[in-house]
Design a protein around this ligand. Structure first.
Ligand code: PGA
Length: 235
C-alpha cells in the first residue's frame, strides 16, 4: 500500500520536522513496509534522515531549474534537499489556483524528464459526478491529455473534487467503478483520495483496484496518520 499525506497549507517547519521524525520512528520500530509519502509546504522542505519507505515530496514546483518566477520554486530549491517526488494536477491547483491542463501537462513532462516520482491527480467535480459514470470517466480521461501514462515513476490518485475536504467520502461502488475503468486503461498504482480517515481507510484500501490513499485533513495529526498506517499495514 502507498499511504500519502498532503499537508496543503498546514504545519510549520518545526511541526513538520517533528511529524516526519515521529512517522519515521513509527515505521522503523514497527517494521512497516507501506510506502509512505509526506508532502509538506515548500517552506518546510528539508533533508530528513528517513527509512527507505518514507519519502518527502513537494506539493508543487515550477517547471524550471531556476530563474525569475516570483513566488515559485524550481529544481535548484528541490535539489538542495534531494526532493525527487512531486504532486501534479491536484484539484486545488486545477480549480482554486487555475492551472490549466496544458500547464499541468508541461509541468508533468518537465519533471518526468528529470525522473521524478509523480503523484498525478485526477477527479471530477460534483456536477459531472451527478451526470453519471460515463460523463465522469470522460472528464477524468480528459485530465490525461498530454500526460505520458506509461511513465515508469507514475502513481495516480483518483480524487473526486466533491469528496475533498468535505467529509463526504465516495461510496465503495463509486470508487470501484472509476478505479476499475482507469486500471483497465492504465497499469499504474492508483490511490484514492477524498475524505479518507482513520475509520474508513482500511475498508477503502481493501477495495479492488485501490493501491493506497492520498489523505489531506485526516493526516495532519500525527497520531491519526500513524493509526492510518497501522490500519493498512497488512493489506
Ligand atoms: P482530504 O484531502 O483528505 O482533506 O479530503 C485529500 C486531498 O486533497 O489530497
Amino acid at each position: 500500500m502507498i499511504i500519502a499525506s498532503n499537508f496543503k497549507t498546514n504545519h510549520t517547519r518545526k511541526s513538520t520536522a517533528s511529524f516526519v521524525n515521529e512517522v519515521n520512528d513509527f515505521l522503523k520500530s514497527n517494521d512497516i513496509s507501506n510506502e509512505v509519502i509526506v508532502f509538506p509546504t515548500a517552506t518546510s522542505l528539508d533533508e530528513f534522515d528517513t527509512v527507505p519507505n518514507l519519502t518527502i515530496g513537494t506539493q508543487n514546483a515550477y517547471a524550471v531549474e531556476k530563474g525569475s518566477f516570483t513566488g515559485e520554486i524550481g529544481t535548484t530549491q528541490l535539489d538542495e534537499f534531494a526532493i525527487k517526488t512531486i504532486l501534479i494536477g491536484h484539484s486545488e491547483r486545477r480549480h482554486v489556483l487555475g492551472e490549466s491542463q496544458d500547464e499541468i501537462a508541461k509541468k508533468y513532462a518537465f519533471f518526468k524528464e528529470l525522473g521524478y516520482t509523480i503523484v498525478y491527480c485526477i477527479g471530477e467535480p460534483l456536477e459531472v459526478k451527478e451526470a453519471g459514470l460515463e460523463k465522469t470517466l470522460e472528464y477524468v480521461y480528459e485530465q490525461f491529455e498530454g500526460i505520458d501514462t506509461n511513465y515508469e515513476n507514475l502513481i495516480l490518485a483518483y480524487e473526486p473534487v466533491w469528496a475533498i475536504g468535505t467529509g463526504v467520502t465516495a461510496t465503495n461502488e463509486d470508487i470501484t467503478s472509476v478505479h476499475s475503468a482507469i486500471k483497465g486503461r492504465i497499469d499504474k498504482p492508483l490511490l484514492y483520495g477524498g475524505s479518507v480517515k482513520v475509520a474508513n481507510v482500511r475498508e477503502i484500501c481493501s477495495l479492488d483496484g485501490v493501491d493506497g490513499a492520498l489523505i489531506g485533513t485526516a493526516s495532519w495529526v500525527v497520531e491519526d496518520f500513524k493509526q492510518i498506517i497501522e490500519n493498512t499495514k497488512d493489506l
